[in-house]
Write a protein that binds this ligand. Structure first.
Ligand code: F6P
Length: 311
């Protein structure tokens, strides 16, 4: 007998059920669930942007707001009325903003739409979220309690970690986030690398590191989107992404609070590592919300090799 709808719903583990089974604290799981819903709204906005790609104005004839701004508005509005968030820091805003009554449990950092410049070429993009219990201007390892990212590609997928492993969900046609991979574990060593920055701007030690990977037969995989590039390393169970110190930008390009810490949290939960070449990404104190940092993130062998070659 074929599988009917009721069998299907009986057998799937959706995001809410998974977090409940994992024992994630109730307020945290409600917050993660609400953020996952925002992912659906953002994806609807990405789809709407096809009007712009087709050279059309929106129905009112106004100029359309940039997608990253719209995504930020949606995220902030949703979190403001969630009942769980007292402060919100976004890559789109100048400063941390107080939302809610001030008594709520969590502080959220968001890169609501990372890689939005890739939309017109129809490449994958993403949302990156960090959830903290104390101030975000501190050491991530002390304050972060959960992180997640959503990849908007041919499929919409989400990986979250609340400190008990990293788990992947796929948004199905019924609008449900369905568990696809539980407790993802990276291998010790992978076979792909994603090197950011121009080769002519790399420091000599970094150049040597990349040459070593090339010599060892690592395949180049770089899309220009941090979320899909990291997602590829996690789903393929290994490899390394780097955005190093550059000659004219010693702190590299990527933001510690909005991009690197949440990904480092998830990567560690999947058995990988993340460093700036010297210190773990999650051990660096965040002094200001726009702080940048070089990064080497992925499976252990490559991150250790980077540390060795950079020291
Ligand atoms: O920070 C934005 C971002 O687009 C990341 O998603 C990506 O990893 C990086 O910049 C790409 O930078 P570049 O264009 O210098 O390769």
């Amino acid at each position: 007998m074929g599988e009917g709808i009721s069998d299907y719903t009986k057998n799937i583990v959706d995001l809410r059920r998974h977090m409940w089974l994992e024992g994630v604290e109730v307020e945290l799981r409600r917050l993660i669930w609400q953020i996952a819903i925002v992912g659906k709204y953002i994806s609807a906005k990405i789809h709407e942007s096809n009007r712009k790609l087709a050279g059309l104005k929106n129905v009112y004839g106004d100029d359309q707001l940039a997608l990253d701004r719209v995504s930020d508005d949606i995220m902030r509005n949703k979190l403001q009325f969630s009942g769980f968030v007292r402060e919100y820091a976004s890559e789109e805003l100048e400063d941390i903003v107080k939302i809610g009554t001030g008594k709520e449990k969590y502080i959220v950092t968001a890169d609501p739409l990372d890689g939005s410049s890739l939309v017109d070429s129809n490449l994958a993009i993403g949302t990156i979220i960090g959830i903290h219990k104390d101030s975000v201007l501190d050491v991530g390892r002390k304050t972060m309690v959960a992180a997640l990212y959503i990849t908007y590609g041919p499929l919409i997928t989400m990986i979250y970690s609340a400190g008990r492993g990293a788990h992947e969900f796929v948004l199905d046609r019924e609008g449900e986030y369905v568990l696809s991979q539980e407790n993802i574990r990276l291998k010790e060593k992978g076979s792909i690398f994603s090197p950011g920055g121009l080769r002519r701007d790399w420091m000599p030690e970094h150049l040597k590191f990349v040459e070593q990977l090339e010599k060892d037969g690592y395949k180049l995989r770089y899309s220009g989107g941090f979320v899909p590039d990291i997602n590829q390393i996690i789903i393929k169970r290994g490899g390394v992404f780097t955005y190093p110190a550059l000659k004219n930008s010693p702190q590299g390009k990527l933001r510690l609070l909005f991009e690197l810490q949440p990904m480092a949290f998830i990567m560690e939960q999947a058995g990988g590592q993340a460093t700036d070449g010297n210190e773990d990404i999650l051990s660096i104190k965040v002094e200001n919300i726009n702080q940048l940092s070089p990064v080497y993130i992925g499976s252990s062998a490559e991150v250790q090799l980077a540390k060795q070659m950079l020291s």
